[in-house]
Design a protein. Structure first.
Length: 235
């Protein structure tokens, strides 16, 4: 894991110049991966929480947090118990903190401008079995991650003046009518009235959303939807 941490150009990861300290991100992750006791884990956590991936005093999260989350999850799986607790705490802090206005989004395989919180949540979902096996804290992180949902459109059909969008839903779409972001080809559009028509059944991600006042041509296959509330999170 240390080689993988060192392979990241942390200085190239954007972040507020007065708050983000790339050296703290790299050094903190290496130290946490190697931590063999409570003191070492706490020292590593202070590096990461004091400008490495979050800035605890200002409750700000940096794009580096999304890059660091897979490493923190690996530490939670393989590290010393004190390092595991620190890693989970840092992920929790990153997911609940707010980014600075110019540094709210990151590139992912499913979008080029994904809210930091949604990217972190997706990493958590990828390690569901691990987190579910870590007791209350791991399960609480999964529950928090579910609030940061993502829907990928597969096909759409007209339904009166609305459109029924069929696709895959990860996370939990909230009840009622929601404002959402539509991401496609690097562009973002806001859809003001979207509701869950049919939720996924157990063991499936297939769902249907009703998009009010929009035609199918406005919702092309491959477009990805995120909560507008996540996109508006700002420090």
């Amino acid at each position: 894991m240390l080689d993988a941490i060192d392979a990241v150009d942390w200085g190239a990861v954007p972040g507020h110049p007065d708050w983000y300290e790339p050296a703290r991100a790299a050094e903190g992750l290496r130290a946490l991966a190697d931590a063999a006791n409570l003191v070492e884990a706490a020292e590593a956590g202070s590096l990461l929480g004091g400008g490495g991936i979050v800035h605890g005093h200002s409750a700000a999260v940096f794009p580096a947090a999304a890059v660091a989350t897979p490493f923190l999850l690996e530490i939670a799986q393989r590290g010393h118990p004190a390092a595991r607790a620190a890693a989970l705490g840092l992920i929790d802090e990153a997911l609940s903190s707010y980014p600075h206005a110019e540094y709210t989004r990151v590139m992912t395989p499913y979008g080029t401008a994904v809210p930091i919180c949604c990217a972190i949540a997706d990493h958590l979902r990828s390690r569901t079995a691990l987190l579910a096996g870590l007791g209350k804290r791991g399960k609480a992180l999964l529950a928090d991650a579910a609030e940061h949902w993502r829907f990928e459109i597969r096909e759409c059909v007209a339904d009166g003046t609305d459109t029924a969008a069929f696709g895959t839903l990860v996370g939990r779409f909230p009840g009622g009518v929601q404002a959402v972001e539509l991401h496609l080809g690097g562009e973002i559009a806001v859809l003001d009235e979207v509701a869950l028509e049919y939720p996924p059944v157990q063991g499936s991600l297939e769902a249907c959303l009703r998009v009010r006042g929009r035609r199918p041509g406005e919702l092309p296959p491959g477009a990805v939807l995120f909560s507008e509330a996540c996109g508006e999170r700002v420090h």
